[in-house]
Design a protein around this ligand. Sequence first.
Ligand code: NDP
Length: 366
Amino acid sequence: MELGRRDLLLAAATLLAAQAGGIARAADDRKIGYAIVGLGSYGLNTILPQFANCEHSQVTALVSGDRAKALATAARYGVPERSIYSYETFDQIRDNPDVDVVYVILPNSMHAEYTIRAAKAGKHVMCEKPMAVSVAECEAMIAACKTAGRKLMIGYRCHFEPYNLEAMRLARAGAAGKVRYVRSEHGFVQRDPSKWRLKKALSGGGSLMDMGVYSLQAARYMTGEEPIAVTARDSTDRTDPRFHEVEDMIEWTLEFPSGAIASCLSMYSANQNHILLMGDQGRIELEPATRYGGNRMWTGKDGREQEAPTPPPGPGRTQFAGQLDHMALSVRSGAEPIVSGEEGLRDMRIVEAIYRSAREGRTIKL
Ligand code: NDP
């Protein structure tokens, strides 16, 4: 049933991407307007430049605690000064007809608050991963958007990245046979102990809340199944000043209904970016797997793997533009985004179970 539902979602997304341009243009020529909340590394350096690659999306407002940075950024992207907000004046965004979608790119523990405030202001919401820092927060975010009749999408960019899309397609098509095992490790070296990512109140947790989400997502979208049990182990050197509040290295095993197993890991003390699927007739391997660019993939069997040719582009010229335009088309057509709030909630339920398993030293049934 789960496989069927996911395939339908993928098919619906493709159809939406193919059709919505024409339908939308007939109905409304204006690009969907985004307010970017948080002009940090990802918002400023990665997302904002991507509007130039979008067909259906434009940036129309900025929200920042740093007025000078917001003014300079607004000038660069042609955002009018009246559409710059601080965190205090954020709710006035309700009166700005140029803003359709609020894109929350803040530290993790602020995702729920700004998603809920945006929904109450009558705006659709794109929220970065991890969706929030608890299941309760995710549920409140979904409820707020539902009550307001607004869409909620999570910034799971890999669902718009050509190699990951091709890997999902191949896995579903049985290219590796029956899926037996998935492995995924994601990490980078977090050097600065003062970063919010290492402060539990802002991050909600360590590497699991950050890179671990990629490993967890990979386990789910490569198998196409939902896990039924998780066993986790936290291997953090708590004497390291970086890891007084949050975990460094955590590994977890997921069991799936088909009998497949996923072995996942995230860490803040080594660089790693990898997804491997092993089936009874072959394998699909991506390394690097989920980077902004330069990902690579190998497929084949029994030591005869070959590097896959560059797959056809996903919807949009880049994974980021694909993601932004997908939300824009969802807003226009009324269709659910393929990575909705419910998808973020599913991950957060597993994240909570991973932490619980590591804490209690036992397998947790999901
Ligand atoms: P940064 O630290 O670079 O930026 C966060 C921004 O949030 C700040 O610049 C600031 O913007 C604003 N902010 C508001 N309050 C605070 C506070 N108390 N402490 C720190 N910042 C605050 O983080 P990133 O941009 O790397 O990450 C932001 C979010 O995006 C995270 O949830 C992260 O997981 C996600 N992310 C997703 C990626 C992906 O590939 N999908 C990649 C990287 C990050 P201002 O000065 O404008 O107020």
